[in-house]
Design a protein around this ligand. Structure first.
Ligand SMILES: Cc1ncc(C[n+]2csc(CCOP(=O)(O)OP(=O)(O)O)c2C)c(N)n1
Ligand SMILES: [Mg+2]
Length: 572
């Protein structure tokens, strides 16, 4: 078998059915190999950054990983932001890049980016968990396996293999054996620390805790723990907030839901978790970014909190109290099994806890909810989010981009199911959601997939709409078109003429653009037309771009976040 066939077989054996790519001389041997490979559907993106974003979206929507194939040198360099975004959010992405044959390195070959010139492996080393060159086809078997393990060990991470042409064309005598998921550390549970947490649930040195709450991060979703978390919360009427990254891991229309805590979060989550620290806070699988902790307003207090994560480093950096090194699902399932140890205590405080939650839920959950029904023109972004939510099926998957529209979506969207709200929350690269949604739709063809993006984001990666059209991937792209780099405009416009001009964009005809690349295109100027446009787009078998003429002057719904930022001191 050739090296190319070995690699593609390995991807198929690991359960992939798509490979996102941009071809070129350095990966030419992969083209006939893709012709021989029936399990993988190649998708050729407009740009390598788009291909890598598609792989990231595929990874997040499938729960498996995503793979992209590009040439070294310029192709690899185009993927830098995508690798960074995957790294920041713990998304497992395998980047394969082609390279000149090892014997020709440094001899002036066209596009040589080997260790003798630009050194691709080094270029992306800090953006990945593992980056190496396969200098001998006989190493391919071991290095592919190593890369897949590094990528999937929790939390997931991007990895990179540079494959010189001698490895692509070289003979490989063995096949890849699928990695047994049991070696990936999912299910791990440090028992002594877990047992110590039972004492806190019972109320170690005093009365049993009344105000018990959970903050659930992406670790719950990545480990497949959403169902266990729901059963645990329901068993003792424990309210649950999520980070923005994990929005939807606990159904946001559930009576125990507090919604998102942190950036673009709800008043309910702020009141329960930050205004006064709860008696016991379980923090499950979050990376503790400032946006997840509301600028440190989250009280992770020794004796009143349990932090659960697969990484001892994450735990140790964020609490001097009790930490449990564990997969979140394993921990919560174990808690359910151990209910005899603390059940009576939580039962005795159930009624008081319900009162606490009822008092919180009696207060407004959202900031300025009337904007969701605004009839203003240009259209208020909150109205766009609300009407799209009403149109998209409950299990539809929303991808959200970077800009003011991220805050509107985070705040006004209701996510009903785990894995249905996907966004590059920790890096925020503009345009990410457009290709990521295409990858997501490839991974979940039975689901409807929509995107909320901005016109500035369309400038960066909008051309991937043409890729969706070419492959018939029916994503609904909703462009909140405010003719501005809106988030920046909101900060800058009061400073005078120059900042205003630097943050304004021409009001482009994104519907016309969509039609020119083979997608459907609709322009919406009136709020009343939103519902019909969304319904038509969701009924289509082709991708649709809905260009919604929106108002850039609307303030983002982040009042709680701004207040927390003002209160935050670096020196505390
Ligand atoms: C790649 C990249 N460059 C720059 C930024 C900084 N930035 C954040 S939001 C934003 C404006 C986004 O504009 P648009 O897509 O129109 O969304 P809006 O804010 O108008 O909703 C900019 C420039 C970024 N996040 N990512
Ligand atoms: Mg804009």
């Amino acid at each position: 078998m050739l090296g190319t066939d070995f690699i593609l077989d390995a991807l198929a054996a690991e359960g992939l059915d798509h490979l996102f790519m941009v071809p070129g001389g350095l990966v030419d041997p992969f083209l006939p190999a893709l012709g021989r490979q029936t399990a993988l559907r190649p998708v050729v993106a407009a740009q390598e950054g788009g291909a890598a974003y598609m792989a990231d979206g595929y990874a997040r929507a499938s729960g498996n990983f995503g793979a992209a194939l590009v040439i070294g040198g310029p192709g690899l360099a185009n993927t830098a932001t995508a690798l960074q975004a995957a790294r920041a959010d713990g998304s497992p992405v395998l980047l394969l890049s082609g390279e000149v044959a090892t014997a020709l390195e440094g001899r002036g070959m066209f596009q040589d980016a080997s260790a003798q010139t630009f050194d691709d492996v080094d270029v992306v080393r800090t953006l990945t968990r593992y980056s190496t060159s396969v200098d001998n086809p006989r190493n391919l078997h071991d290095l592919v396996r190593r890369a897949l393990l590094e990528m999937r060990a929790p939390p997931g991470a991007p990895v990179h293999l540079s494959v010189p042409q001698d490895a692509q064309n070289g003979p490989v005598a063995v096949r890849h054996a699928r990695i047994d998921p049991s070696v990936l550390g999912r299910g791990a549970l440090a028992l002594p620390a877990a047992q110590a947490s039972l004492a806190l649930l019972r109320g170690a040195d005093g009365p049993p805790p009344v105000k018990v709450a959970v903050l659930a991060g992406n670790g719950v979703e990545a480990g497949g723990g959403a169902d266990a978390l729901r059963r645990f919360a329901e068993a003792w009427d424990i309210p649950v907030a999520t980070t923005l990254r994990a929005k939807g891991v606990f159904p946001e229309d559930h009576p125990l839901s507090l919604g998102v805590f942190g950036y673009a979060g709800t008043h309910h989550a702020r009141i329960a978790l930050a205004d006064a620290p709860p008696d016991l806070l379980l923090v499950l699988g979050t990376g503790f970014g400032v946006r997840d902790t509301m600028q440190g307003a989250l009280g992770v207090t020794a004796g009143r909190s349990v932090v659960v994560d697969t990484s001892p480093v994450t735990i140790g950096r964020h609490t001097d109290g009790l930490g449990v090194v564990a997969d979140c699902r394993a921990y919560v399932e174990w808690l359910l099994d151990e209910r005899a140890q603390y059940g009576a205590a939580l039962e005795s405080t159930r009624a008081a806890r319900a009162q606490w939650l009822a008092a919180i839920r009696a207060q407004p959950r959202l900031q300025d909810p009337e904007h969701m029904r605004s009839d203003a023109q240009p259209i208020h972004p909150a109205r766009i989010v609300a009407d799209l939510r009403a149109a998209l099926p409950r299990d539809g998957i929303l991808f959200v981009d970077s800009g003011a529209h991220r805050a509107f979506a985070g705040h006004y969207w209701t996510a009903y199911e785990p894995g249905t709200y996907i966004s590059a929350t920790n890096l925020g690269p503009m345009g990410w959601a457009i290709p990521a949604a295409i990858g997501g739709a490839c991974a979940r063809p039975q689901r409807r997939v929509a995107v909320i993006t901005g016109d500035g984001c369309m400038h960066m990666h909008g051309l991937e709409v043409a890729t969706a059209a070419r492959y018939g991937v029916p994503v609904v792209f909703v462009v909140v078109n405010n003719a501005a780099l809106g988030n920046v405009w909101l900060r800058a416009h009061s400073e005078g003429m120059v900042p205003d001009a630097l943050t304004s964009l021409p009001d482009l005809d994104w519907a016309g653009f969509a039609r020119s690349v083979g997608a459907l295109g609709v322009t919406v100027r009136e709020p009343a037309a939103l519902a019909g446009a969304f319904a038509r787009a969701l009924a289509a078998t082709q991708p649709t771009v809905i260009d919604v003429k929106a108002d850039k002057r609307c303030a983002t719904p982040v009042a709680d976040w701004v207040a927390a930022s003002a209160a935050w001191s670096y020196h505390e």
